[in-house]
Write a protein that binds this ligand. Structure first.
Ligand code: ZN
Length: 321
């Protein structure tokens, strides 16, 4: 029998990635026609270009799953607010794509799509209840309970961890992502270099500190740079406060850590685990396995494609019953 494919698209602030994905009954998946393009200043045009090229060769696909950062009205397929891609705020991506490609379209938040991806084919496979945290420029979240994605915002990055804390782009103060994201890490490192000039970060980019990224900080930390180690540990500790809150509220079987920062396991994540253990209820903490993502940056694509098939079968069963 011919494989059935859906297109999964992960729309990020920097890149748009897409691929055709099919799933086997045994839980495996196949990816083909992988595309990655810079999001640029006209994301809708880039999205059309990518999908045009896939449809011109494979008009038989079953549908399109779009995963994007921000608050989504998944019923209508509207991006209500997208902080990373302001041009998508208010856009009805579902009708836009459905009209152009005459196919079934679903829209989901990117971290939620990653949760679906990890559930069907990655680190969440064996867990009935888990939470995924995507640790990057911002912090996203997705919650799976009883093997199903909770259709909620799960904006875990905007959980307050400091009553009088730093202002966040969302309008609140003291949000987790203002303390534990890559953006926070870089901001703290740059502020510290300006005060303490002994750090090896000072020699990077001919002193143009504003080019420093989270990987530079991690690499310097591994080489023993104390400023880098301190900012990573501090960010990790703050992440641990967020993790303890999640464990106490949801008592998940697992917390899956995804996104670029999750690879900084042996300083940043270690500090997070220590802090979470200190703060969470003991019994709940010991039940929660804290593990890295398996699908990495493919999780959003795979989850978005999977969401197409899940929603199609839901529609079908509603019609039948
Ligand atoms: Zn916030």
């Amino acid at each position: 029998m011919k494989n059935e494919y859906a297109i999964g698209v992960d729309i990020g602030g920097t890149n748009i990635r897409a691929a055709m994905v099919s799933f086997s009954k045994e839980g495996g998946y196949t990816v083909k026609m992988k595309v990655k393009k810079s999001t640029g200043s006209e994301p809708l045009a880039v999205l059309h270009k990518i999908l045009d090229s896939i449809f011109s060769r494979h008009p038989e696909v079953n549908g399109i799953g779009l995963a994007t950062a921000g608050i989504i009205d998944r019923q209508k397929g509207i991006v209500i607010r997208s902080p990373n891609i302001p041009k998508f705020s208010g856009v009805n991506l579902k009708s836009e794509m459905a009209n152009r490609y005459k196919t079934f379209v679903v829209v989901e938040n990117d971290a939620n799509a990653s949760a679906i991806g990890e559930k069907c084919a990655g680190a969440g496979k064996d867990f009935k209840n888990f939470v995924i945290l995507t640790l990057g420029t911002g912090i996203g979240g997705g919650i799976v309970i009883n093997n199903r994605l909770l259709p909620v915002a799960a904006e875990i990055g905007h959980m307050s961890i400091n009553a009088n804390g730093q202002p966040c782009a969302c309008g609140n103060v003291g949000c987790l992502e203002s303390y534990a994201s890559a953006t926070a890490l870089i901001g703290n490192a740059v502020a510290s270099i300006e005060k303490d000039s002994s750090s090896m970060l000072k020699n990077l980019y001919s002193g143009n500190f504003y080019k420093i990224n989270s990987e530079d900080i991690y690499n310097a930390a591994l080489e023993g740079d104390s400023l880098s180690r301190t900012v990573l540990r501090e960010a990790g500790k703050n992440l641990g406060i967020g993790i303890a809150n999640i464990i106490n509220i949801l008592s998940p079987d697992a917390i899956i850590l995804a996104g670029g920062l999750s690879s900084a396991w042996n300083i940043y994540i270690d500090a997070a685990l220590k802090e979470a253990e200190k703060r969470a209820l003991k019994e709940l903490f010991s039940n929660a396995k804290i593990i890295p993502s398996i699908l990495g940056d493919e999780a959003g694509i795979i989850g978005a494609a999977r969401f197409v098939f899940d929603k199609m079968s839901e529609h079908h069963s509603i019609k039948v019953s």
